[in-house]
Structure formats: structure tokens, C-alpha cells
Design a protein around this ligand. Structure first.
Ligand SMILES: [Zn+2]
Length: 71
């Protein structure tokens, strides 16, 4: 159920899986002052933040895995 919901969620996303420069930018757990789910371009730097902030990587990874996150 969670996987199906996530797939539908991702399919509906207007966000690109590639940066304007052509690099792939999949959703992943990123960290600045806290952990979050977002996209990062290896060429251009942080691309977007898709979630709120989490205190631990485990929380952020759980949110990414389940798709249960929002800004
Ligand atoms: Zn880029």
C-alpha cells in the first residue's frame, strides 16, 4: 500500500528527475543544519527541498521510503 501510494505520488510530481544541466536528481535524504528529503544536482548544488526538517537521518529516510512527507 505504501509503495503503491509512493509510486502514484512520484508519478504525479511535476518536479523533474533531471536538472536543467542534464544531471539526474532523484529524491534523497540531504542534510544542512538538519535532515530533509530533496533533490541535489552534483553540478549545480541543492535543487529543491520536498519535506520539512528532521532531527535524525533515520526519520528522514523513513519519510523518503514511505512518501509520507510534505513541506
Ligand atoms: Zn544541474
Amino acid at each position: 500500500m505504501a509503495t503503491k501510494t509512493l509510486m502514484a505520488f512520484l508519478a504525479a510530481r511535476p518536479n523533474p528527475d533531471r536538472c536543467d544541466c542534464g544531471a539526474e536528481i532523484p529524491l534523497q535524504v540531504l542534510v544542512t543544519c538538519a535532515y530533509y528529503v530533496g533533490r541535489f544536482c552534483p553540478n549545480c548544488g541543492p535543487f529543491s527541498r520536498e519535506s520539512g526538517y528532521y532531527r535524525t537521518r533515520a526519520e528522514a529516510e523513513k519519510a523518503l521510503a514511505t512518501g509520507m512527507f510534505s513541506r
